[in-house]
Ligand binder design. Structure first.
Ligand code: SF4
Length: 397
């Protein structure tokens, strides 16, 4: 009988081996599409549809998909672009579910928004579920920290101690509808400061959904709040894990949500790249953790990152903390600069990458055949409320 040597099992999720749990080295080489005809098929299907179809490609999408996008951008720019094409019968959204919902909200009832793979969700958006958010809101009402104009019960100190809900674009239509219903506003990573400024002119507290990091980073680094002004509402703990006094004292009530990609960059990532590349500029997205943003040289939205690289002098070195597909494209677009990914072990956004060329070809060919696959629709009531919060964002001073 062969000698059997037992190997200790490293169970994922148990904190047994934090290094291996963060994944293996991810150099960023995706396999080529298995079918060499896919490019020709996508080209033919798109040509057959002509102006009837408009393809949107988020910056984090794969190259094999981005090559077929009529326009690229971040989630808000893409929703705006969809709204600017009322003649396009079909909007094929190469991005994730909440983005397709926003496009449906902003387009006409006759237009159909299609997500090539329904499994392309967003873990951050999924961290805030309407029922959980309403439970939190009821707690604020019971505590008397929501003004009657926002649906709270009239209590002594309620006015002037009002909670304004703000949701990041990266949230479901349900959450945007909730925020619109309660006189709040949607924000993007580019206008979060303006959205918070507007909100603090209307109340003394902000209830920020669903990305704790964007909320904290904006409040502390751009608005001058202390970390102590921010509390974290955990929907999985009774009462959010906060005492009445903590809620009364807080200025920013942050929802316990985060991006599964940006949340993985660490202070060690920053230290390591600074040691390895002297003089490197560390540029990160505000969805990164507070300590990472604090240690970086610059912080900004996806569009900010793209512009910063465009403006950077030849020969400069940049370590970028955002999604890998975008960083790889930036590196290819700037061969005169040293552009690298901030961390060797953080990988692609797995849900963004669900949209691949086979799914895009399938969606386009279905449309050519007269069938509408994977249509994303938002019910009219939710859409109307969500539009209130989106319109408020567009009206921000
Ligand atoms: S990168 Fe983060 S926020 Fe964007 S879709 Fe992926 S999980 Fe969601």
């Amino acid at each position: 009988m062969a000698d059997v040597t037992s190997t200790a099992l490293l169970l994922l999720g148990r904190g047994t081996d934090p290094a291996s749990e963060r994944g293996v080295d991810c150099p960023g080489d995706l396999p080529a599409p298995s079918d060499p005809d896919l490019v020709a098929r996508a080209t033919a299907a798109k040509a057959a549809l002509g102006d009837r179809v408009f393809v949107l490609g988020h910056h984090y999408q794969r190259d094999e998909v981005i090559q077929f996008a009529d326009v690229t951008g971040d989630s808000f720019r893409l929703a705006q672009q969809a709204a600017a094409r009322p003649d396009a019968e079909f909007i094929v959204f190469c991005g994730v579910h909440f983005m397709a919902e926003s496009a449906d909200i902003l387009t006409t009832p006759d237009q159909k928004v299609i997500l090539p793979d329904l499994a392309a969700g967003c873990s951050m958006a999924d961290m805030a579920v309407l029922g959980q958010v309403e439970t939190a809101w009821e707690r604020f009402e019971d505590l008397g920290i929501i003004a009657p104009t926002r649906g709270g019960k009239p209590q002594n100190e309620s006015i002037g101690n009002d909670v304004v809900p703000v949701t990041y674009m990266n949230s479901s239509a349900d959450i945007k509808g909730f925020v619109g219903r309660n006189n709040g506003v949607v924000c993007t990573s580019s206008n979060a400061k303006r959205a918070l400024t507007w909100s603090f002119e209307r109340g003394s507290k902000v209830f920020f959904l669903p990305d704790q990091h964007l909320g904290r980073n904006t409040a502390v680094l751009e608005m001058g709040f202390d970390l102590d002004d921010c509390v974290l509402y955990d929907p999985h703990k009774p009462g959010g894990g906060l005492t009445d006094q903590q809620l009364r004292d807080a200025r920013m009530i942050l929802w316990r949500g985060h991006c599964s990609v940006h949340g993985r960059f660490t202070l060690d990532s920053v230290r390591e790249v600074r040691e390895r590349v002297p003089g490197v500029n560390v540029l990160v997205h505000p969805e990164c953790r507070h300590e990472v943003v604090n240690a970086a040289d610059q912080v900004g939205s996806t569009e900010y990152i793209i512009k910063a690289l465009d403006a950077a002098p030849a020969g400069s070195a940049w370590a970028i903390g955002t999604e890998l597909n975008l960083v790889r494209r930036l590196a290819l677009a700037h061969p005169d600069k040293q552009v690298m990914f901030l961390d060797r072990t953080v990988c692609y956004c797995s849900t963004m990458n669900r949209i691949d060329l086979p799914h895009l070809v399938w969606a386009l060919e279905e449309l050519v055949a007269g069938r509408v696959p994977n249509q994303i629709t938002v019910d009219e009531d939710t859409a109307r409320n969500a539009r209130v919060a989106l319109d408020q964002m567009l009206a921000l001073p």
